[in-house]
Design a protein around this ligand. Structure first.
Ligand code: SAM
Length: 230
């Protein structure tokens, strides 16, 4: 197992322990206010966003808004693909979102070219080197329709987890009294923008989300990005 594979396996272990339980507010807002039929949740892990996407699609198909119960019906006009490297997290995603189509990277070609309205890739790209990120963005370009969007986030170099001057950092995550080493890649904003613009996308929304603990100055900072295929 390479050190990156080990890092990704550690992240999957943390996710299986319930770390990624609730959806991100930005993701919910984006997919609630935009219209779409086919979406890929790339790096879905245990499917907290796959579930919300299926709920939103169910609401659109039934006309019933059920924010309390999160109703999910068999989808007719929507397809939610959910992809991850790990089959155990995929099984959990399928349990949370039974009408999603869960796939491994080897199965990505079941998605027709230029068929997707959006790709969601949340807390995922910065677990990959720049070369890998570029390969992934190129794949998204192939699968998205013209005008289709990537909704993503990238960790910022100002985040306190960035403890060295190098791009690749080993970060300790604690979960249920255990500590896991995860490799994260910290690129500056110009470099992040370039990954999209070099590969056929315009950045149409970009936000900086900072959470600063005023007691110990610990900073959690991410860029939230919407990029549109030209
Ligand atoms: C921190 S989790 C985030 C999961 C999910 N997007 C969320 O926000 O709840 C990152 C997930 O991305 C997956 N991942 C990272 N790089 C990947 C790649 N190149 N291909 C497929 N999955 C990847 C990992 O296996 C892991 O399950």
């Amino acid at each position: 197992m390479t050190k990156i594979e080990k890092s990704l396996a550690n992240m999957q272990e943390i996710s299986k322990a319930g770390f990624l339980r609730y959806p991100d507010e930005f993701v919910v807002g984006y997919f609630a206010r935009n219209s779409w039929n086919r979406v890929l949740d790339f790096g879905c892990s245990t499917g907290r966003h796959t579930k919300v996407l299926c709920e939103l699609a169910s609401e659109r198909e039934t006309g019933i808004c059920d924010i309390g119960g999160g109703q999910q019906v068999k989808l007719k006009n929507h397809t939610i693909y959910a992809l991850d490297l790990d089959i155990e997290v995929l099984a959990l995603a399928k349990k949370r979102a039974p009408y999603s189509v869960t796939i491994t990277p080897e199965q990505i070609n079941i998605i027709p070219e230029t068929s997707l309205d959006s790709v969601l890739t949340w807390n995922c790209l910065h677990m990959n080197s720049i070369t890998e990120q570029e390969k992934i963005i190129k794949t998204f370009n192939r699968l998205l329709k013209q005008g289709g969007t990537i909704v993503s986030n990238h960790i910022s170099t100002k985040d306190s987890k960035h403890t060295t001057n190098s791009i690749e950092n080993i970060v300790e995550y604690k979960s249920k009294n255990r500590s896991y080493e995860i490799i994260l890649y910290f690129y500056n904003l110009e470099k992040i923008k370039e990954i999209y613009t070099k590969n056929g996308f315009d950045i149409i929304e970009i936000y900086k989300r900072t959470k600063e603990n005023l007691l110990n100055n610990h900073i959690v900072e991410y860029y939230l990005i919407v990029a549109q295929k030209k």
